[in-house]
Ligand binder design. Structure first.
Ligand code: ZN
Length: 64
């Protein structure tokens, strides 16, 4: 039987027999980290856009 290798082309680590994931433990950890970072980045963008939107709204709003 052909041995299974990590799908990450930079990694290509041989996966243990019966391993149920396509990526090795190390790459899976990296992916989890990336997802967290992406979430943080997204939150930052939302915060930035929200801040700009508030700035525009407050500028446009007529002062009583
Ligand atoms: Zn890997």
């Amino acid at each position: 039987m052909k041995e299974k290798k990590c799908k990450n082309n930079k990694c290509m680590r041989v996966l243990p027999k019966g391993y149920k994931f396509d990526y090795c433990e190390n790459c899976r950890n990296e992916q989890a980290k990336n997802v967290k970072n992406a979430g943080k980045g997204l939150l930052g963008i939302v915060g930035l856009v929200g801040g700009i939107a508030i700035a525009i709204i407050t500028k446009k709003a007529p002062k009583a």
